[in-house]
Each structure stands twice: as structure tokens, then as C-alpha cells.
Design a protein. Structure first.
Length: 64
């Protein structure tokens, strides 16, 4: 049961980072700020990292 809870937590984390990333991208289009592209790049990195962790967890569950 602990594995599925971990999987649920990682799915939630990936979804939250996805929403945060696209919210920042939306703000980039509505406001012209020089800081937002940097925040957007960091958000994309966090989102990709969470997806990578989620992929490893799913692969671990499938292989066992």
C-alpha cells in the first residue's frame, strides 16, 4: 500500500508543477517582465524532474 501512496504523491506533485509552469507561461504572455522567463525555465526543469521521478516509480511498480 505504501508504493501506491508514493505513486499518488508523485502524480500530485507532477500535476501541481505542471499547473504552476503553465500559469507562469500565461503570465509571461500577459505581462512583459524580464524575470518571468527565468521562473518559467525553472518551472519547466522542476516539472521535467517530477515526471522523471514519476516514470521511475511506475517502471518500478510494473517490473515487480
Amino acid at each position: 500500500m505504501g508504493k501506491y501512496r508514493q505513486l499518488g504523491n508523485e502524480i500530485t506533485l507532477a500535476l501541481c508543477s505542471f499547473i504552476l509552469f503553465f500559469r507562469v507561461v500565461y503570465l509571461e504572455y500577459t505581462a512583459s517582465s524580464k524575470l518571468l522567463p527565468l521562473i518559467s525555465f525553472c518551472g519547466l526543469f522542476i516539472f521535467a524532474n517530477n515526471i522523471r521521478i514519476l516514470y521511475k516509480t511506475v517502471a518500478g511498480l510494473i517490473s515487480h
